[in-house]
Design a protein around this ligand. Sequence first.
Ligand code: ADP
Ligand code: MG
Length: 830
Amino acid sequence: MSRTTVDFGIDLGTTNSAVAVLRGVDAEVIKNNEDADTTPSAVWIDKRDKLRVGRAAKERAESDPDNTAAEFKLRMGTAQEKVRFAASGRELTPPQLSAEVLKSLRADVAQRLGEDIEAAVVTVPAAFDMSSCEATRVAAEAAGLRFAPLLQEPTAAALAYGFQSADENARWLVYDLGGGTFDAAVIQLRDGEFTVLNHRGDNHLGGKQIDWRIVEELLIPAVRAEFGLTDLARGAARWRPVVNKLKLHAEKAKIALSRGTSADIEIDLDDGAGRRFEFYYELRREDVQRLAEPFLTRSVNLCRKALEEARLGAGDIAKLILVGGPTLSPYLREHLTHPEHGLGIPLDFSQDPLTVVARGAAIFAGTQRIPGGAAPVAAPGGFTVQLEYSPVGPDTEPLIIGRIAAADGTVPAGLTVELVNSTSRPPWRGGKVAVAETGVFSTTLWAQAGAANTFEIELADASGTRRELTPNTLTYTVGAVETQPPLIHSLNVGLADNTTVRLIERGTPLPARARKRLRTAAPVHRGGGRTGLIRIPVLEGEHARGDRNRTIGRLDITADQVERSIPEGSEIEVTLEIDASRIMVARAYIPYLDAEFENVIDLHTETLPDAAVLRRETEQELERLATVRQRHRDIGNPTSELLLARIDDEQTATDTQQLVEAAAADPDAAVAAQQRLRDLRAAIDEAEDELLWPSLVVRAKELLAYVRRAVDEVRDEIYRRQFDNLEVAVRDAIESRAPDLLRQRTAELSLLWRQILDHTGELPILIFESLARDRNQMIDLRQADDLIEQGNTAVRAGEVTRLRMINARLRQLFAEPPAEPDPFSTIRGA
Ligand code: ADP
Ligand code: MG
């Protein structure tokens, strides 16, 4: 069968993958070789270099962890760290591993339907960033899928739930809790158009996290206590096989608990030195429920955030549709309908949550034409048709144009064509239309909204005899679905003061382009070596503070690239351009040089986080959290109470700690730990901002008063104007209660103050005084005293230039000269 539309949909899951095909108006799951609907996304390579995918591989993870790989989707697009298969010596990247899963699904299609497919829609979590999407594309291509449009998982699920046939102006919330990813997406239908209004996601939240909690909090302590294995721990290399086995059984028991109230775990454990233990544990539903609670809370909070950002309340959402294996558990449904913990939105779980994404992807695939598909080949004595139409559109009676030809290219007289939909009730026949001598015909068809409509194309010759036609069907779907997922996270550039400038807002359809005019924050001296650098970091994320976002690339302009030195404060025009396939180019134009610099952003630059660094940073954050808590006890308010309680309810801090513990031995945990640490930081930031707000305002107002006085004294029109502008900006930030903004504007204000003081000659005096205060930290006290003496004289005599020189020499007397930091960014706002 030759197809004109893609028709196949693949859910490439963290834990399980599935493939479905559009048949008539319904999507059908294609079972694998073992007659299962889903295939575990796991790969095993034995010592003979034989590669297997699926259940066999997943179960091997237990006995043969060095030769299996699973959950690699979590590392798609992160550092291209290869997974090494010890026995065979093979090394595969996450995209290569995903490609093996896709190949296996393609093989299932070939086996079940006899079709060797080269096109399929592949789904990705809404929380996938650009590099992860790019890696998915690479995987599809490596698996022989020459055309593989990506579709966001929540969109696919909504399609399977018949979203296109929903009421006009319907809004749904898709709740997708999978093995390792969570997505909450608000979807809206308006005027036949289908949009993801907003989404929130977490790439490290899913059933696997519950499994780990069971292992770490229940099973490991039980095994330790019973058999005296004191060093048994997640992350301990020696115990990897045992811990793996515990996790596998924890998952099985957890799944069993969706039906019963307790499940038995019985396993033979082996300490690797010949000792065997028989371990028995009775897992109870209430224990799992307790352990799952913080994750469910986190998921509900993300749903609330998604709604809040879209300015919607629970009452605006018609239903909450459940997707993903963990949504089969009764406690999850209870949690989501709980009057206090839940969302107050009616649930719909009428579709199988494990295959709904693949089926929705297939429905979408029916609307996707295969580009440049091979020209149809006529059967012997038959004809071909080339169709001109859009397989998806808002119209219920679209125009179809086609061109018919025999195998030798001729067109006999008297041909007629009729479109027939035999699956609609009642069956629909479009009536015969004549084919012109050029082979061209046109007709309209009648389509039902809410599903893909398949039409047979019936060709008859002058005598009314049916003739064979290739292809002999076409599909059409009423509705408009975004064919390209929009930008998933906002794109920003980081500035020197750790603020950001947003260039492209998330949710923007691609391709997109934006330009901002900024200024350099450090000079570049031609030939200045390492110190001469304009660094423009490109950040992905929504946080106002630069370092809370993910750095996805940089555009560096180095001293040897410029023809002459660029003074600090030079204008620089930064442009970001991203195309539909998410390749990004960053450009910087410097008018002073009339030169443009460019960097194609390599989406794979982020390296695997270092376990020791994670540990140190986590400790710092925990200390900060303690300080914030203390401050809350002193001067807290209901909002700070709420913000700190959320950290507790979601167990963000303990979760981070546990992941960091596991990070040394488990790269997945390292990536997850980094994400969770970012969440923790953001949560502490929020609470801290709330508590610091009053003092931020006081400081800003004080500074305004000082600078106003200084401006009054210098009587310089330019300073006066700058100050007036900044005053408005500062008051504005105070009024809108935006801590980061206020911080940034206060910083600009103090910069202006510095400039004024420098202009009046007061600045060197202030610097001198502050240096002199630190006299005790200087290495050569005699010289220090001598310089301070000279400095005092210079101050009295008003010798500014001399004082500047003295300051420079004093600075050199410190034991540890301030290190030249690797600049995070060297640009600032215009
Ligand atoms: P993914 O989208 O990440 O591939 P799935 O939707 O296939 O994930 O869900 C896999 C997760 O669902 C696993 O963590 C598995 O333990 C869990 N799961 C599967 N069935 C059940 C069940 N009946 N009850 C609870 N959890 C389940
Ligand atoms: Mg899934």
